[in-house]
Design a protein around this ligand. Structure first.
Ligand SMILES: [Zn+2]
Ligand SMILES: [Zn+2]
Length: 162
C-alpha cells in the first residue's frame, strides 16, 4: 500500500498486512493532531469524535520511496520517545514513531487504496467530553490486551526472522 503526502512529493510503501488499525483518543494524540492540522495547508487529522486513526506497520515493512529528505520530526512537549514525521512540502503528517518501538503508526488518511477499516478505538477515557464514538469498532478505555498482544507477537516474529 502506498502512503502519500497530500501533494505527492513524499511517498512510502507499506508492504503486506498491517499489525492492526486503531483510532487513538489519548491526550497526546489529540494535542499533536490539533497542532499538526493547524499548520498551513495541512490536511485534517482528527476525526469529529476526537480520535486519530492509525494503521500500524512493522518498521521493516515500510520503505521510503521518495522525498524522505522532506520529512521533518515534530515532538510535542512532554513526549520523550515519540515523534511525528511531517512532510514539509505540504504539512501532511505521515506517521507517528515510538523510537524504542518496532512499528510505525501511519496516519490512516495518507494511505492510498483499499484502506483497512478501524479495528478498535483505544484510550477512549480521554476522548473529548460529549464526543460520540461510532459503533463500527469496539472501544477501550485504555490499550486492550489484544492491542498489546498484536505488538508483542509482531516483535517476536521479527526476532525469529519471520
Ligand atoms: Zn507533500
Ligand atoms: Zn494516542
Amino acid at each position: 500500500m502506498v502512503v502519500r503526502c497530500s501533494c505527492g512529493r513524499v511517498e512510502l510503501e507499506a508492504k503486506g498486512k498491517p499489525i492492526l488499525t486503531s483510532a487513538c483518543y489519548c491526550d497526546d494524540c489529540q494535542r499533536a493532531s490539533r497542532q499538526l492540522e493547524s499548520l498551513p495547508g495541512a490536511p485534517r487529522l482528527l476525526g469529529e469524535d476526537g480520535g486519530t486513526p492509525y494503521v500500524l506497520y512493522r518498521k521493516d515493512k515500510v520503505a521510503f520511496l521518495k522525498g524522505k529528505e522532506l520529512l521533518q520530526d515534530h515532538r510535542i512537549e512532554g513526549e520523550s520517545f515519540t515523534k511525528r514525521a511531517v512532510a514539509s512540502c505540504c504539512n501532511s503528517a505521515m506517521y507517528l514513531e515510538y523510537e524504542k518501538g518496532h512499528w510505525f503508526s501511519l496516519y490512516r488518511d495518507r494511505l492510498i487504496g483499499p484502506i483497512p477499516p478501524v479495528q478498535m478505538r483505544v484510550q477512549t477515557q480521554y476522548k473529548p467530553e460529549g464526543a460520540v464514538l461510532p459503533n463500527d469498532a469496539p472501544a477501550f478505555k485504555a490499550f486492550p490486551p489484544r492491542f498489546i498482544i498484536s505488538l508483542l507477537r509482531t516483535r517476536l516474529a521479527m526476532l525469529i526472522g519471520l
